[in-house]
Design a protein around this ligand. Sequence first.
Ligand code: GRF
Length: 197
Amino acid sequence: MNIAVFASHGGSDLQAIIDGCKDGKIDACVAGVISNNGESMALQRANDAGIPNYHMSAKKYGSEETLAKEILSVLDKYSINMIFLAGYMRMLHISILEKYNNRIFNIHPALLPKFGGKGMYGIKVHTAVIAAKEKETGITIHRVNAEYDSGEIVAQTKVSVYENDTPETLAARVLEREHEFLVEVISDIVCGKIPIG
Ligand code: GRF
């Protein structure tokens, strides 16, 4: 299976997926990486791993429609079967959602449906979890549809929240767990335990 990973920032989740494929824990390969952010470490990490990588943004191509066409042609070029959004900060165009229906997944650093939706990303999620005095938070992997964080949930795991946690300490604990959980869940998708298509 050929996976495309979309990422906007640090790309540590991308790295976990690349390593999982390399170590044989995921029977697939990351065939391409796309970022809306030319400065994203994700592009650098892909480069270091010899994976084709593309900076693609609406700004660069002039419109969301042209961007979507260009993205679709890259996905075609590498015969992509599945898309994984690993910290990708843009909504995908409807033409991509339709073509890869059920084959696009996102990782969210909380137990959806709590602490999700537009504007709920990064440290804001963990700040809200602490403010709500939650005893546990977690990670959700879900299919992607046209609304933020609302597609079918395919896997969740819990992470404890400690009394002395700050948003930063909590974010670090969740992210560390994400790196293991991603590999487990993508492996389940690749081997058909979580169906696609
Ligand atoms: C993670 O917290 C993930 O849950 C969210 O974006 C972050 C990605 O971090 N969707 P990184 O860019 O992979 O380091």
